[in-house]
Design a protein around this ligand. Sequence first.
Ligand SMILES: Cc1cc2nc3c(=O)[nH]c(=O)nc-3n(C[C@H](O)[C@H](O)[C@H](O)COP(=O)(O)OP(=O)(O)OC[C@H]3O[C@@H](n4cnc5c(N)ncnc54)[C@H](O)[C@@H]3O)c2cc1C
Length: 441
Amino acid sequence: MFDFKKSPMHDRIQPHSTVVVIGAGASGIAASEKLLAAGFKVVLIEARDRMGGRASTRLVSSVPFDTGASWLADSQVNYLRTTAESSGVKLYPTDFNRALVQYKGVNVPINPTEFMKAVERRMALPYIKLHIREFFGLRKTLPSMASMLDPLLKKHGAQAAYARELMIVNEADNLDQTSIATLLREHNLPGDDGYDPLPTDDVMVDGGMQAFVTSLAKNIKPSLGESVEAVIRTENGISVQTTRRRIDADSVIVTVPLGVLKAGTIRFDPGLPVEHRAAIDRLGFGNEKKTCLVYPDTNWAKEHHMVGLHDSTYFNFMVNVAAIAGKPMIMALSAGNKLIAADSLSIDELAAALHANVRATLGSDIPDPIDHSTTDWGNDPYALGAYSHSSLKTLGNEAEILQRPIAGRILLAGEALSDRNGYVDGAWNDGQRAASAIINA
Ligand SMILES: Cc1cc2nc3c(=O)[nH]c(=O)nc-3n(C[C@H](O)[C@H](O)[C@H](O)COP(=O)(O)OP(=O)(O)OC[C@H]3O[C@@H](n4cnc5c(N)ncnc54)[C@H](O)[C@@H]3O)c2cc1C
C-alpha cells in the first residue's frame, strides 16, 4: 500500500492551498465537496455545459432517458444508494430475474439460479489459484470470461444465454476480450454481493441519474464549458491550462474518464510516469450503447422487467422501464459485437429493429412508439467510451498504481481507479479517496 506520509506531497500541501479538480462527474464532485469542507480552495473545471459526467439524462418526449448510468447497484456497499434513500428520492427496484429470453426463436421465462451456481463452482479453482499467486507476490494475466463461461452454454441453454447477454453489457465488451477479474472480485470485497449480473434490488432513480448526482454538489460551483488542455508542473506547483485561462494551483485531481487518459487528450508536462501509462494501457475501456423507445401509454406493460435478446443482431437485452417505473419507455442496451452492428444502422432503423423486438416478446398489439433516442459514448470527446473493465492484459495492480500521487501534486481519480469500477458509487468513493490523500498529507 502506498504510504502517503512518506511522499513529497506530505510537505507541500496545506489547508487553504488551491486544488484544481478536473471533471464534474461523481468523482470530481465528491473530491471537491470533501476538499471544500476541509478548508481548501477548490477550482472545479468541467468541459461539458452540465455536471454529472456519465451520470447523464435526456428527456425524450418528457420521459427521462438515462443515457449513462441507470442503476444504483449493490445496496450493501453503495453509499450513494443509502444517500438516495435517506434523501427521499423515489427509487424503482429492478429485478433482473423477472425476465424472458428470446432464445432460438422462442420466448423462454428465466430461472438462472442453476446456471449462476454452475458459474460459482467453475470460479472456485481460479479463485484458489489467484490467492496462491497473491500470497507469493506473483502477478499474472487471467483467462477470458468466454473461456470460463462458454462451456456452460451447452448445458444451461437459454438461462446461460440470458446471463451471458447481461455480462457482455456489464463488461461493455465481448467476453473473449475481458478477463475473469470481475467474477473473482465477488470473493474479494467483504460485505459485497459482488459481481452479480442478476441482481434483484438495483434501483433506478426517479427523474434520472444526472439530477441525483448533480444534487450531491452542495457547495461547489463548477466552471462549465471549460476544457482542460494541459497539466504542467512548475517550480512551485501546478499550472492548469484550459481553453479559457491558466490556473496556478498547489495540486490537481484529474477525474477524466479512462478513455480520455488513453487518448492523451490532456497533455501532461512532463508526461505521466511510465508505470502510470502502462497501467492506463492495460486496463480495458469498453463501450455501451443505449436506445430507447417512448410509447403513447403503459397499458401493455407486463410483469417482465428484462428481456434477454439472444437472437437479436443489435441488442443484448431490453429494459421494460414501463414495468419497473411506470414510464412508457423501453430501453435497449448494446455492447460488443452487437454495438458494432447497431452503430451501422441509422437511428430510425435502430428504433424500428427495437420495436420489432418489443412486439415479438412483450405483445404483438403494442402500439407504435411516439419517439426514440440513442447514444454514442464512443464518439463523445469527454468520455471516448462507457466504462472500464479488466482486459486480458490486466495484472490486477492497475488501480493501486494509478492511485499513487505523481510528483506529490497530481492525483488521478475516478471510476476506473475504484475497486467498484464501472459504477457511479465507485467513482464517488475514489474522488473522496483522492481528496483524503491531499487532506491527510
Ligand atoms: C452507458 C453507461 C451505462 C452505465 N450504467 C451504469 C449503471 O447502471 N450503474 C452505475 O453505477 N454506473 C453505470 N455506469 C458507469 C458510471 O456512469 C460511471 O462509473 C461514473 O458516472 C463515472 O464517474 P466519474 O466521475 O469517474 O467520470 P465522469 O462521470 O465521466 O466524469 C468525468 C468528467 O470529466 C469531464 N472531462 C473530460 N475531459 C475533460 C477536459 N479535458 N476538461 C475538463 N473536463 C473534462 C467529463 O465531461 C466528465 O464530466 C454507466 C456508464 C455508461 C456510459
